[in-house]
Design a protein around this ligand. Structure first.
Ligand SMILES: Cc1ncc(COP(=O)(O)O)c(C=O)c1O
Length: 431
């Protein structure tokens, strides 16, 4: 694997960009080595500045459910761009997006577009605080909701990858409002609600955790959260930035049949452009300015190019059989990895939900962040490096999910598992 050009680019980047990257996990700090600087993507493959080619399971961290440079997305984005890139004024395509989201997710009766998942969770939390008149938020260890001050407590994703407990610069007063509970632990959640019940504005959850690896909810967990919210008056806030349109067209709320009060979306709704959303019950969303008094705004919110790319993506996801296909592919990868590990005598726990999957070098079960943290870091590092060298681009952290797209075919899975077999052989040698 050639790395000369990427190494040169990283050295240049580090002089002007903190850590050489515009988002921490991209820097490969947890796995070592040089991150390939990517120049091109096509279907399920990406190509780097040194001419290496990889089967991609990052998919820009989730948005690219159709694969890279999908023709229908490019066509829609180009057509929108030809009419101008941004207006900062109402456009019909924003209405179409709001309607498309509401059709797929009936709980999202009204929606506001924003530009990132972080903005979506931050704004939804502000709304929850405003309508309940309460200030605390209950979140789960290992869930990541973007870099919102009060939500960086016990966060997964890059925060976990870098092994930092939170972040300097976040006022203590903000983190004191955050109640942390282990994921999938309804008993602990009940206890927290008993203690802080009438102060909790929202229970915020990734309905399938994807930022501590892939950790599905145990049966009854999401239903239990719904019941706790109903009893305590807190709002149930599903962060479906990752799971929305990925685990099912209607997100995890459709897959598990639990209706949140507010939902956050991102990634797929922007079709690879910066777009995200928060929405939910009409009576709650009616409080958002200018309909109501809860202020939230954005220069590029509802950007027409992003809306066009997002809508083209959502249109493809309406076709019959697409979620069965995504589910088949991620299950084939997860089951394949499990079979190879078993054959090679390596302890591995896998999970697959819709178009996302994960694996832990851990005998399992993995149901919360404490379990996820027991994953064998050195085995992961070795596996990751061996896979990369063989042309498979996985997320460079044990605390991230893998994403498949409709462009991943049986031959790509076969290629991946062949690489995994050779990589696992090396992992088996790690003590
Ligand atoms: C569940 C979840 N919520 C929120 C975010 C933040 O989104 P963004 O990176 O667009 O700010 C992410 C990002 O990975 C996420 O996975």
């Amino acid at each position: 694997m050639r790395t000369t050009r990427s190494r040169q680019l990283l050295a240049r980047a580090c002089k002007r960009i903190p850590g050489g990257v515009n988002s921490p996990v991209r820097a490969f700090r947890a796995v070592g080595g040089t991150p390939p600087f990517l120049v091109r993507g096509r279907g399920c493959r990406v190509f780097d500045a040194d001419g290496n080619e990889y089967v991609d399971y990052v998919g820009s961290w989730g948005p690219l459910v159709l694969g890279h440079a999908d023709r229908s997305v490019l066509r829609a984005a180009r057509a929108a761009m030809a009419n101008g890139t941004s207006f900062g004024a109402p456009t019909e395509i924003e209405v179409e997006m709001a309607e498309a989201i509401a059709r797929a997710m009936p709980a999202v009766e009204m929606v506001r577009m924003v530009s990132s998942g972080t903005e979506a969770t931050m704004s939804a939390l502000r709304l929850a605080r405003a309508v309940t008149g309460r200030e605390r938020v209950l979140k789960f260890d290992g869930c990541y909701h973007g870099h919102v001050d009060s939500l960086l407590v016990g966060a997964g994703s890059g925060v976990a990858t870098l092994g930092i407990p939170g972040s300097p610069g976040v006022p203590k007063a903000m983190t004191e409002l955050t109640v942390q509970v282990p994921y999938n632990d309804l008993g602990a959640t009940e206890a927290a609600v008993r203690r802080f019940g009438d102060e909790i504005a929202a229970i915020l959850v990734e309905p399938v955790a994807g930022n501590m690896g892939c950790v599905p909810p145990v049966p009854g967990f999401l239903e239990g959260l719904r019941a706790l919210c109903d009893r305590s008056g807190a709002l149930l806030l599903f962060d479906e930035v990752m799971t929305g349109f990925r685990v099912a067209r209607g997100g995890a709320q459709a897959l598990y049949g639990v209706k949140p009060d507010l939902s956050c979306l991102g990634k797929i709704v922007g079709g690879g452009f910066p777009a995200a959303a928060y929405g939910g019950r009409r009576d709650l969303m009616a409080r958002v300015a200018p309909a109501g008094d809860v202020y939230q705004a954005g220069t590029l919110s509802g950007n027409p190019v992003a809306m066009a790319a997002g809508l083209a993506t959502l249109a493809r996801l309406r076709e019959p059989g697409v979620y069965e296909q995504l589910g088949r592919v991620s299950k084939a990868v997860a089951d394949g990895l499990a079979e190879i590990a078993a054959r090679r005598g390596v302890e591995l726990t896998t999970a697959a939900v819709g178009g996302m999957f994960g694996f832990f070098f851990h005998p399992g079960p993995v149901q919360d962040f404490e379990d996820a943290k027991q994953s064998h870091a050195e085995r992961f590092r070795r596996f990751f490096a061996e896979m990369l060298a063989r042309g498979v681009y996985l997320a460079p952290s044990a605390y991230e999910a893998g994403f498949v797209s409709l462009a991943h075919r049986a031959k790509d899975v076969a290629f991946t598992l062949e690489a995994a077999d050779a990589a696992m052989k090396q992992v088996a040698r790690v003590g």
